[in-house]
Write a protein that binds this ligand. Structure first.
Ligand SMILES: Nc1ncnc2c1ncn2[C@@H]1O[C@H](COP(=O)(O)OP(=O)(O)O)[C@@H](O)[C@H]1O
Ligand SMILES: [Mg+2]
Length: 290
């Protein structure tokens, strides 16, 4: 699959070059509207800083257009030398709207994991939801409260980030660097966004095989309607997602469930968490986004 935001294709403005690794201990939160260049800047910073820091991590919180993991998930990538390891958190929706608590639990879970693995700097990329009327201010402010990032980098297009900047400007612990949204950032159409999700989703399920398990012996979170087609995540004791499945069969009385999944066993899995209704249709673009 083509690597989105390949650093070699980026046009790097001088203001990006002056962001120095040594000032960045803890979380570095990137905030900007849709297609403002957040993910491109995140890839650039990882490349620039990884030589100077022992362990650097990237947290991709974009549940709709994430580049590290699957739609409806968030991914932590921890780099050590020339290798990396990914950790997945299942949100179960492709937009933060209506799912903000779950996003915050994910930020907490993945950040804790990054720190436990010795990450010195965790770059946090996210969705472009910044409109206060849509909950953008509440979500970004809650992320700042939770992470207490050493640095917030904003990529502004016009005045859209002013509510966030006004709120946090004078906080003594949070340094804010305001950059312009990348003039080279390209707006992506809905069709391109759908194609991106669909390609990643279908590639993941190409390796899937049926897995049957008893519902009685496992926590089933959000198990509202025992329907086929529901998307579920197999979650371990750390709250991390070991794999994703789609339900293909529910036995009478819901005693057992069969899901298609690339996961070959439920070893280490303590809970199954179901995604929002019609999640797969939303991922594949078969219903309008909320
Ligand atoms: N500095 C840049 N140079 C070249 N292309 C860029 C640059 N910044 C963004 N783009 C392109 O614009 C599009 C949107 O950028 P992206 O970083 O994915 O935005 P966001 O993460 O804020 O939605 C992508 O196709 C990306 O490759
Ligand atoms: Mg992005």
């Amino acid at each position: 699959m083509a690597q989105a935001n390949a650093v070699s294709n980026l046009i790097v403005p001088p203001e990006w070059e002056s962001l120095a690794a040594q000032d960045m201990r803890g979380a570095v939160l990137l905030i900007g509207g849709t297609d403002s260049g957040k993910t491109s800047l995140a890839s650039y910073l990882v490349q620039q800083w990884s030589g100077r820091l022992r362990t650097i991590a990237l947290m991709d919180c974009d549940v709709g257009q994430g580049v590290l993991g699957l739609p409806a998930t968030m991914t932590l990538r921890v780099f050590t030398g020339s290798t990396y390891t990914d950790y997945c958190f299942f949100v179960g929706a492709i937009s933060p709207r209506g799912h903000m608590l779950r996003i915050l639990v994910g930020v907490h879970t993945l950040y804790k994991k990054a720190l436990s693995l010795g990450a010195e700097t965790v770059i946090v990329d996210s969705t472009g939801l910044v409109d206060p009327g849509q909950g953008g201010l509440a979500l970004k402010s809650a992320k700042i409260d939770l992470l207490m990032p050493c640095h917030v980098i904003t990529l502004a297009r016009g005045a859209e980030l002013n509510p966030i900047l006004t709120s946090w400007r004078n906080h003594p612990l949070v340094r804010i660097t305001t950059l312009r949204a990348s003039p080279h950032a390209r707006m992506r159409s809905r069709a391109e966004r759908v194609a991106w999700r669909r390609e990643r989703w279908e590639a993941y399920f190409r390796q899937a095989v049926p897995l049957t398990f008893p519902l009685q012996s496992i926590a089933a979170i959000n198990w509202l309607l025992p329907t086929a087609q529901r998307i579920c995540a197999f979650v371990d004791a750390e709250g991390l997602c070991r794999g994703i499945g789609r339900i293909t069969y529910v036995a009478r009385g819901s005693s057992t469930i069969t899901a298609e999944t690339p996961l070959r066993s439920l070893e280490g899995v303590v809970a199954i968490r179901f995604g929002a209704p019609r999640l797969e249709e939303r991922i594949l673009g078969n219903v309008e986004p909320k």
